[in-house]
Ligand binder design. Structure first.
Ligand SMILES: Cc1cc2nc3c(=O)[nH]c(=O)nc-3n(C[C@H](O)[C@H](O)[C@H](O)COP(=O)(O)OP(=O)(O)OC[C@H]3O[C@@H](n4cnc5c(N)ncnc54)[C@H](O)[C@@H]3O)c2cc1C
Length: 378
């Protein structure tokens, strides 16, 4: 069986790895419009947070509680280190902390609660909303994303049954019972038994209109903030007046800035244009973090960048679908949390592509993918 993967972000790279290890797969071809990994991929950032707690959502919390182990398995496979178990601290009104702790414990995550006084004592670098307790997840942390992508691409590059094709933009993918046909921007085309489209926020350009019309594009701003001195912080969430601001964990032994953002800095947008942050969004986040970081210094904001992702409109999360009689699988919407679930998502996409029984992830849109009878089904 010959498999083609379109897109070399975290989902495409991991899907290609899993396909290349599956029985009966002779060849895997991975195409990306840019270099592999591409600096423009949503996945290609310094850090992506991996944490289990999804408040009020036991199934999602259960699935997420397995994410850090899945990442450590990937580390073992490719022989590189990029999982940074810094922990994740979620602040919330104190009376709600017990329920969140119970949710995490039921999911098998190692976590404990912090009362308001202990929270303030242990984390003087952060000002929490009044009346906050918190839960601290010990096994949560972050993937050093840019390092991970390089290691995944290197592993694939050494694999005899894998061919990487950087700088090859795909413009169309069609499928039928006989397999998939991939057309490139230069006019060439290729065939494969199965095609997986994992083109991140660009997926709208490649998937059938009936799928594209269900997707919303989001643009999110992240600030970089120079730390006065190195502090070991976990990922911290539940900050600011609306409790929707977060900071990414600090990375040891790296002269890395703090990364700051908030759900309120994530907005729907029509098109992907540039990554330059408009002043108004930079200022919005600076206002939020002026209250969150004691002694906040505007001059310490060294950078601001915007990233994009697609989400399925109704549920706001990922979307897996197939067409062409199962010959084309598309991970059209990645949502705002596909990085942490990527090893689990890629494994199940690869299962479906190679015709193996799919291992469930615990995320409904992925475990029950949308099947289109034909591309013209609109
Ligand atoms: C600011 C921000 C913070 C986030 N934080 C987190 C987090 O903490 N935890 C978490 O789990 N998730 C987080 N996410 C979401 C996560 O980063 C994404 O869900 C994930 O990286 C998507 O990976 P992907 O492989 O689907 O897409 P991408 O990484 O975007 O990869 C797509 C690839 O496809 C290629 N491509 C595009 N079009 C074509 C084409 N026509 N032909 C060939 N190749 C093509 C691109 O060049 C690119 O390399 C965050 C997202 C943003 C924007």
């Amino acid at each position: 069986m010959r498999i083609t993967v379109v897109g070399g972000g975290v989902i495409g790279l991991l899907t290609a790895i899993d396909c290349s290890r599956a029985a009966g797969v002779e060849q895997v071809d991975l195409f990306d419009a840019g270099p592999i990994p591409s600096p423009l991929a949503t996945s290609n950032d310094r850090l992506r947070v991996v944490r289990a707690l999804h408040r009020g959502e036991p199934a999602l919390t259960l699935a997420a509680a397995q994410a850090h182990e899945a990442w450590m398995e990937v580390e073992g496979l490719v022989g590189a280190r990029f999982y940074h178990p810094a922990g994740a601290l979620t602040a919330m009104p104190e009376p709600e902390a017990a329920a969140s702790l119970a949710l995490l414990t039921a999911a098998g995550a190692r976590a404990w609660g912090l009362a308001p006084d202990e929270l303030a004592r242990r984390y003087p670098q952060v000002r929490f909303p009044a009346g906050s307790g918190a839960v601290l997840e010990a096994t949560a942390g972050a993937v050093l994303a840019d390092r991970a992508l390089i290691a995944l691409a290197r592993w694939l590059g050494d694999r005899p049954n894998v061919r990487l094709h950087p700088h090859r933009r795909v413009v169309e993918v069609s499928g039928s019972g006989r397999g998939g046909v991939i057309r490139f921007a230069d006019g060439d085309s290729a065939t494969a038994d199965r095609v997986v489209i994992a083109a991140g926020p660009w997926s709208r350009e490649l998937v059938p209109g009936v799928i594209a019309s269900t997707l919303t594009l989001y643009r999110q701003t992240v600030l970089s903030y120079r730390q006065p001195e190195w502090v070991g912080l976990p990922a911290v969430l539940g900050l600011g007046p609306d409790r929707d601001a977060w900071l990414m964990p600090t990375v040891p032994h790296a002269d890395a800035p703090l990364r700051l953002s908030a759900a309120s800095a994530c907005r729907p947008t029509r098109e992907m244009t540039d990554r330059t942050t408009p002043d108004r969004w930079r200022e919005h986040l600076m206002t939020v973090f002026a209250d969150v970081l004691p002694g906040f210094d505007p001059a310490a904001v060294t950078d601001a960048t915007d990233g994009y992702y697609l989400a399925e409109r109704a549920r706001g999360g990922p979307l897996l679908s197939s067409y062409g009689g199962g010959s084309v699988w598309t991970y059209a919407a990645c949502g705002g949390m596909s990085f942490k679930f990527a090893p689990q998502i890629a494994r199940t996409i690869a299962d479906r592509a190679v015709g193996a029984p799919p291992r469930p992830v615990g995320l409904d849109p992925i475990d029950r993918p949308r099947q289109l009878a034909a591309v013209g089904e609109e």
